[in-house]
Design a binder for this molecule. Structure first.
Ligand code: PEP
Ligand code: MG
Length: 759
């Protein structure tokens, strides 16, 4: 595989500006957001040799861009110079989401002069909008006295730096938004409650557990803080010690999550650390203490103000911030009064019932190896649910306060696949549970002999690759000798965090995955959100039919900035891959595939122009998931390097049956003649056009379908690695001849029943 061997030394801007380590060091050294921004403007001005460098941030409350830090303009203009979106060169760049470079700013019809800020002297003007995901965060501006002095190189360098800074700046923007007071209806929780023997809740993190329960009967962990007794006047010193202790704990937590999850997941706690360093947060507490307030009261008063404002926020992201403040305030409070923290019990092997939990609690419960969690409030898309999913803790949310009355040590069967809770389950239920559990445990405990390669009885090689959702899965894939990654579902690393990861953050994830599977084939699928995969921070889309809506490639193509960030990150992170493949999900036409490929081409060109090392020649493929591609399959095969058949969605769309709806699960029939004949057509086309072909839906590991799949010419299966031993064994029992014969017979049958008799 050809690789690009370049360094970015030729370009001094990039060499310096892309040094994320330097910026992070700066950030760690700053004790508040404004100081951080100020350090950035100094650094950027120095590197780019500009007389002026300023940062504007978008303020939700006033809907204005506010000058937050500057080097070169009058300091008094900070927080005073404000622009509407579209106003002046800065407002226009943000509105249109593109850099604007003016040789003589004062001559531009869009120039807006602010008397007294000392801007007139600086004619060369370059502004880069700062965007985080879909949101406008603000803008970075550089200016020089001499006219016409910025070039393409400067624009590129500043684009690189704004993309790195977006995450940190977004957090400070959120802090600014504290003053926003917007109304919103409270969310209500679905959930049908029947009786206390059986409770139907919402499955938030899959799995099943049978265990005795422990009720954490402390109500809302933050709300009950005000009833906490402390009959002592604390000192400022004690408060400062509590802040320091809190910071250490948060850093430890960050490290823990980072080890367990992917690098970016730890950013969930970044917000806590940022807040702890914020002048308006702990600073305001210190002020109260200096005015005679008792530190515990000061913590509550300031935290309450933030919580009130964030709870009234417009979107889920803002409301999650209120939870972050509660979590942080609770920790700070406990550290101040010397409480050992909320969880001193060991929860190993128990099912915990709680009214509410913080994200950090989930980590604690996970390290204690709880069997499952029942939450009485919350939402499936909350951080708690997302974290529970990543940590593989079964979690059901049930809006039923009486659950708190269930006596400790009662036996509960938690079926977090269906969202069912059985209190004191009967023997029949328990034995059914035990059977399922035994089957699952057998798979995970047995250490079967696995070969690095798989062959049929007559010597045909079948490639077994792994489907990967999170970093956690890679270890198992390696242990079970998967030949590579046949499908990396990138959306999960988007789901375990609180905002769209930046290009830099994604680059780190992809490169770490590739680092764990060096020299192997790695197939990274671009974002497949929508349907049942919801991003908590992207709740502005409400759809009646999400599976038929703004899903998958449709989302990427309608948010091209985000799409390109991801593609660039895949190419950059994949720099050292043995064989890097990029797959576009849910493609429904040749036109759509071309549009996606064009974006990829643009990214390859821009990375080349920016001299950023990346993988030069990725193979480009299509997830075959929609029935619309069948009639145009040859056209697609001519333009793609490979097909990856996503049978889960293919069956859902072909048979018009919701893959997540238990009520219609009997209609989800992989062996429906239409499905099997379509699979044959796809395989035939791939073989004719000599492109790679794999199956990566659940059908790939179902033993009864494997002979048929081999019989129609499939030679690569991508599956959850835990099934690799079983599938390898099945393959070894088959000959290609018998598979071909079986497939030919089955393809002639036109009813589900007749096909079933052959399987
Ligand atoms: C599929 O649809 O079969 C597939 C592999 O993709 P996902 O399950 O992630 O939708
Ligand atoms: Mg799919």
């Amino acid at each position: 595989m050809e690789k690009q061997i370049t360094t970015n030394q030729e370009n001094s801007h990039l060499g310096l500006l892309c040094d994320i380590g330097e910026l992070n060091a700066l950030f760690a050294g700053s004790d508040d957001i404004e100081a951080f921004l100020q350090q950035i403007v100094i650094l950027v001005a120095k590197h780019i040799n500009a007389a002026v460098c300023s940062i504007y941030m978008f303020d939700d409350a006033s809907q204005e861009l506010v000058l937050k830090a500057t080097l070169g303009l009058h300091k008094r203009s900070v927080n005073k110079t404000r622009l509407k979106i579209g106003e002046g060169l800065v407002g226009l760049a943000v509105k249109e989401g593109r850099p604007i470079c003016e040789k003589m700013a004062s001559r531009s019809p869009n120039y807006k002069s602010f008397p007294g800020i000392n801007e007139e002297a600086f004619e060369s003007f370059l502004v880069i909008p700062i965007q985080r995901g879909l949101e406008n965060i603000g803008a970075l501006v550089v200016q020089r006295e001499e006219t016409n002095s910025f070039n393409e190189n400067d624009t590129m360098a500043l684009k690189a730096i704004t993309s790195q800074l977006a995450g940190a700046i977004e957090n400070s923007r959120i802090l600014m938004a504290l003053h926003a007071k917007k109304k919103e209806k409270k969310r209500s929780l679905p959930g049908v409650v029947e009786d206390l023997k059986f409770i139907r809740g919402e499955a938030a993190s899959e799995g099943i557990a049978l265990a005795n329960i422990t009720v954490i009967d402390e109500g809302k962990p933050y709300q009950n803080l005000k009833d906490q007794t402390y009959n002592k006047n604390y000192t400022l010193k004690e408060f400062q010690n509590a802040v320091a202790k809190t910071e250490i704990q948060l850093e430890e937590l960050q490290e823990q999550v980072e080890n367990k999850l992917s690098g970016v997941a730890s950013l969930i706690f970044e917000a806590h650390i940022l807040m702890l360093k914020d002048k308006e947060f702990t600073g305001a507490m210190v002020k109260r203490i200096n005015h005679g307030g008792n530190p515990p009261d000061a913590i509550l008063a300031v935290a309450n103000k933030y919580i009130r404002m964030f709870s009234e926020g417009l979107n889920v992201y803002m409301r999650e911030k209120a939870k972050d403040v509660e979590d942080l305030a609770r920790r700070l409070f406990d550290n101040l009064i010397g409480k050992e923290g909320r969880f001193v019990t060991n929860w190993k092997g128990r099912i915990v019932i709680a009214e509410d939990l913080f994200p950090s609690d989930i980590l604690r419960l996970s390290s204690d190896e709880v069997s499952g969690i029942i939450l009485i409030s919350g939402g499936v898309t909350s951080h708690i649910s997302i974290l529970a999913r990543s940590l593989q803790i079964p979690l059901v949310i049930a809006d039923k306060m009486q659950l708190k009355k269930v006596p400790d040590d009662t036996l509960v069967l938690l079926d977090a696949e269906l969202g069912a809770i059985y209190v004191n389950p009967d023997k029949k239920l328990i034995s059914r549970y035990n059977e399922r559990k035994k089957a699952l445990d057998a798979v995970s405990r047995s250490k079967p002999k696995i070969n690095a390669t798989s062959f049929t009885k007559d010597g045909e090689q079948i490639h077994l690759l792994a489907n990967i959702n999170l970093h956690l899965d890679i270890k198992l894939a390696n242990d079970l000798k998967s030949e590579g990654i046949g499908l990396y579902r990138t959306e999960f690393s988007f789901m375990v965090r609180s905002n769209f990861p930046t290009e830099e953050e994604q680059t780190i994830i992809y490169s770490s995955i590739i680092g764990q599977m060096p020299k192997k084939s790695i197939n990274i699928r671009t974002l497949d959100i929508g349907g049942d995969k919801v991003l908590a921070y992207n709740d502005n889309i409400k759809e009646n039919n999400p599976n038929l809506g703004m899903r998958s490639i449709r989302f990427s193509l309608s948010h091209k900035g985000l799409f390109r960030q991801q593609l660039r990150a895949i190419l950059r992170g994949g720099e050292n891959a043995g064989d890097l493949r990029i797959t576009f999900p849910m493609i429904s036409s040749i036109d759509e595939f071309r549009e996606a490929k064009n974006q990829l081409k643009e990214c390859l060109t821009s990375l080349k122009n920016e001299s950023i090392p990346h993988f030069l020649t990725p193979k480009i493929g299509i997830m075959i998931e929609t029935p619309s591609v069948i009639e145009i399959i040859d056209g697609l095969a001519k333009e793609a390097d490979f097909f990856c058949i996503g049978t889960n969605d293919f069956i859902q769309y072909m048979l018009a049956v919701d893959r997540n709806n238990a009520l219609v699960s009997s209609y989800f029939i992989p062996h429906h003649p239409s499905i099997l004949r379509s699979l044959k057509k796809i395989a035939k086309s791939a073989i004719k056009h000599k492109i790679d072909l794999s199956i990566c839906g659940e059908m790939a590991h179902e033993e009864k379908y494997i002979p048929f799949l081999l019989g129609i010419g499939i030679r690569t299966l991508s599956l959850d690695s835990r099934y690799i031993p079983k599938v390898q064994k099945k393959i070894a029992d088959l000959t290609i001849d018998e598979c071909n014969n079986l497939a030919n017979k089955i393809l002639k049958k036109d009813t589900v029943a007749k096909v079933a008799s052959y399987l």
